[in-house]
Design a protein around this ligand. Sequence first.
Ligand code: DCP
Ligand code: MG
Length: 599
Amino acid sequence: MGFSIGTTGAGLGPRGALDRFSDKVEGKVFNLEVVLRLLIYVRPYWFQMTVSVLLLLISSALVLTIPYLVKIAIDQSIAQHDLDSLSRVTMWMLGAFSGLYLTSLGQQYLLSWIGQRVLANLRNEMFRHLQSLSLGYHDTRIVGVTLSRVISDVAVINELLAEGLVTLVGDTLLLIGIVVTMLSMSPRLALLTFSVLPLMLLVTILFARRATAAFRQTRARIAAVVGDLAEGLSGIRVIQAFAQEDASRTQFDAVNRENRDAYIEAMSLSYIFLPSVEFLGMVATAIVLLFGGLFVIRGSLTIGVVVAFLAYVSRFFQPIQELSQLYTTMQAAMAGGERVLNLLDTVPDVLDSPDAIECPPIAGRIELKNVSFAYLSEPVLHNINLVIEAGQTVALVGPTGAGKTSIANLVARFYEAAEGAVLIDDHNIKQIRQHSLRSQMGLVPQDPFLFSGTIADNIRFGRPEANDNQVKEAADLANALEFIEAKPNGFQTEILEGGVNLSLGQRQLVCIARAVLADPRILILDEATASVDTMTEVLIQEALVQLLRGRTAIIIAHRLSTIQHADQICVLDSGSIVEMGKHEELLARKGLYYTLHAS
Ligand code: DCP
Ligand code: MG
């Protein structure tokens, strides 16, 4: 779906650009409800998760053991010149190292195994939900922003669920383990070493507070970059046509620069923080050397303990660093999680009622009863009453913006009328499952959209099981065969996204063929506004005669020549039906239809 490009470029300053793409402010660092709901996505993998936590426990225990083995080697084996014991301890150490290697490997693998599955499942669910949301939702959203929901918000959630929570548990356990081991080896030296902790706590709190704000900025800015990029790309034709590259570039440059600055600020905080932690680690090391050495000289401590302490101190500050980084991840994940859950919680405006029926093959009678409708707040259709008998062709005509496409949108139930009812074969449209209704309806949209793929793929879109002959027949009926066969690759011609390598008329012919192949009971044809050449127009007209045989049809025409044979012509103006009748009657009346026809 394309989105409005009218607002791109010079008109909006960088501020405006940013505001368009930014979301509601981010809240808490920890939101239990969000975490619990997200954990549901991890639940299918509880077994792997348990194994990975077990592996983590083992590897943490091994990390704790290694300095202890060093102490034994120094204080017992080496001090007592016991070679046997030394080789035994060394073997133990090698064993511990191998164990550490294997458990970390297994744990990392399992975590990414789980993480990628959670990520993919969440994306699938979002995609499915986005598909179920009515056009009313998509109309009011910027595609780039929705993209960043599905891509980056989900990724950061994954970072939290898969790695963050496990890091949290693992690092906390490791910290406690180190503290307990140090205290039990030498309470005096341990307490002296921990004297740097208050300072460390202070630095961490200061950092976390500043970093929270800084990283929040980076996320808002990157959303703006993605949004602006997406809009700039889909509007590229218009931007180039109006030579607005400079303005567009300036705007992109502005959001890009703000993103850069926000990032540099956030990163420089990290660059101040991490060395500070390291510095405090060095201070702790110095304390161990000084006091530990003193105790050794006085004979109240063994050298092995001092060496083990040095090892523990060096391990001690790594979890602290990781935990403080986790703080920012967690915050991003909470914000992302909230947005993703909001999206998943959005209820489609157009919902099947619980007792909606699977629609039997319909005859195709359509009735609009006192229908009034607004997309947002401004009323677009006023009290429309229209009956189309099964098999009839009704043409909707009227000036641009009169509400023709809107009527088609209501019949196809892309939107729901605020007042009145749309009936199909005397069923209220709300009582029919959307899917079963649309599968009997063919639509040739005003803006004929083609997917990337071959021409044949595109024609087959509504009926993937159709064979090559049926595709060819449909193309023939739609009068598209001639131009398709003139292409060097015929039906296998690759179409670019949006169908840009076909002319508008050709795109419309392919869309008509697509509708023919689906063989719908009701056909809605919204003629493209841009004029097609007279040759193509004749082709489309001829195709229509074939196409409409035995079906109910709503034809929206801009060229009145196309619809002179319609059973009924319905003239709309500003959202109301102003005239209705056959071609000659309407001409004779010399009203709006006459004026339109004359122009
Ligand atoms: N409109 C809106 N939101 C949308 C689509 C349309 O607010 N998502 C408004 C714009 C028009 C009015 O609704 O004022 C009627 O729009 P239609 O698309 O129904 O108009 P037509 O199809 O009659 O116009 P055209 O001949 O240009 O296709
Ligand atoms: Mg229209």
